[in-house]
Every structure is written in structure tokens, then in C-alpha cells.
Design a protein around this ligand. Sequence first.
Ligand code: COI
Length: 364
Amino acid sequence: MEMTEHAPEIKRMEIEVIKSAVSRVNDVDFDNIPFGKIFSDHMFVVDFLDNEWMQPTIMPYGTLEMSPAISALHYGQAIFEGMKAYKGADGIVRIFRPFDNIKRMNKSAKRMCMAQIPESLFIDGLTQLVSMDSAWVPTQDGCSLYIRPVMFATTAEIKVKTADQFKFVILTCPVGPYYPHPVKVVIEEHYSRAAEGGVGYVKAAGNYGASLYPAKLAQEKGFDQLLWTDAKDHRYIEESGTMNVMFILGDKLVTPSLEGNTILSGITRDSVLRLAKELDIEIEERRILVEEIIDGFKTGLLKEAFGTGTAATVAPIELISYDGVDYKLPPIDSNSISSVLLKTLTDIRVGKTADTHDWMHSIG
Ligand code: COI
């Protein structure tokens, strides 16, 4: 199969719709939504077979029947995205930057030798799915509809080779905050998330699988997440387990640059950097030595640290542990830069302030 960088557009196919007999939406306690455990009524499913995309279908959320020989299970050809839809006081449902997610998903597909997904297939499936389940989009503060597009190889063959059959599915779930409280992280000095030449810059499922054991060790010690460092020397900060990371050093916002292709190029990261620039905050995207952060604690130059991600949104970090010492950050308030950035972003997402960046994709 030929792997092109740009997904060939296909003739737009009408999506087949099989509606669930009864909606489960009234069973959900929207004031207490756990993250990622409750799925909306429907899902979008489409197969890539014989070198082309087949009939796309929206069907009731449920199990999928598959061979235990599918190569995703054996050799890890699986990629995903994380996105969110918001419902504003005006009742309009808006999806945040979906065109950036399909671009990144195809970048992941290229690196993982998987079929490219035509933008129209992604956007049409997504839009129709979210529109059908719009009653599932929460309106509570800090809540949204999390959208999980996932593609995995379904060729049932044990030989290690590029699969030629794939399944692309979109699931949605109403969610509350991923981190309901400020996060405690520990700087990882032994295990690695990604090395140069690897797949750290794409959303390969295996990146997350490989991170679970070191994250578990950290969680057993009371931390929420790791702060990953470079695989070579463990001297430079890269990203946190589920989010990119940013620091306020003096009056500058400093974040690891994407150079070297070991860090995920977060869409929330990009949005926050653009908003910060508009707020006249000086930005530095560069390599960050662990010692610089620790010195920042000691001298008082380090004012804030926070993560950015679709699930995490803008998540303040309250403690960074390094070499057995816990460094506690000053508490944040509504004037903290992370709070201002989160509010600015949220107001755009729920339609409270103008979407001057054209980030929001409204569902009619
Ligand atoms: C996201 O932020 O959407 C992610 O995909 C990170 C994590 C929840 C797996």
C-alpha cells in the first residue's frame, strides 16, 4: 500500500445511521462525571479494506467483533487523537480545532505506516456524530464532550509487516476535569518516554502503554504524573505524562521546543502559546535544563508551572520532585498566568468571547 503524506480525498459517502433504540443520556449524573468512563449513545465506524475506505456508519456505542490475530494487538499499529466539544450558554455546540487533529492524526498514520484518513471523512463523521449526540455535551463549568478518534490495524496476520486493513472509530464521552486538583509531578531520571528517531512526536498508542510502569511507580509515591526528560542524559525537560509543560520564569513563559521530534506537538500547547503572545507575555520555546527549573525554585524566578493538553486543558502543577527533594510552587489564584490563559481559552471555546482565530467548528 502506498503511504502518502496527504490523504487523498475520496468521493463523499453518505454516512449510514443506525440509531440506538433508547438514549442513555438521562441516566448520567452530569454534576459528577468521571473522566472517560461513560460513553455517549453512538460511535462512528469505518473500515479501510482493499486500498479504500468503505461505507462509514454511525451506530449505537458497543463492542466490536475482531480476530485475535489483528496486527494492532501484536505489533502496536494503533494511533489516536483527543479532542473536545463545548456547549455554550447560546446552546451552540462547538468542536475545538478539529482540522488540526486530522492533520496530526495523518502525521501519526504516516509514521506508523497506516492509511491516511481523508479530511472530509474525519470531519463529516465527527460532525454528524457530535450532532446526533449533542444532548451529551455538558454545560457544567470545566466540563465538555471528550472526543476520541482511534485507528488500528485489523489485518489478521502474524507476520511482522505493514498492515493493509484498518478500522477508524470515533467515540465520545462527557467529561469533567482530568485533574480535579493541582498536579504533583516527579522528574524522571531513569525511564524514557521517547528518543530521537522514535515516535514521541505522534499519538501512537504504544507511547502511552510504555509510560504506564514508570508512571505507576511515581503514583505509588504519591505523585500524579512524571515530568519526562530526554532519553539520552535525562538533563532536559520534555513533557509530562498526559500533557505538554510550561514554566513561568520571571515574566517569561518558557516551554520545551518541539525540535528533535520527541515531544507531542500539542494543539492546546499551540493555542496557549498564541494566547500568551496576544497577552504580551514573552515566550521562549527552547531546551530547558532540569537545573534551570530547580535553580528557579531556589532563586524565586520560577513563578508557575503548568501542563497543557486536550484532556488536562491548562493544569497547574503544585509540586515538582527531583532527586528525592520536593519543591512546592506558590499557590495560584485567578490572576496567575495559568488561570488567565485557561479562562481566555475557555471563553473562546464556549462562545463567550469572539473566536478571532477561527478555532471553533460549530455544529449546526
Ligand atoms: C488528551 O489530552 O486528549 C490525550 O490524548 C492525553 C491522554 C488523556 C491520553
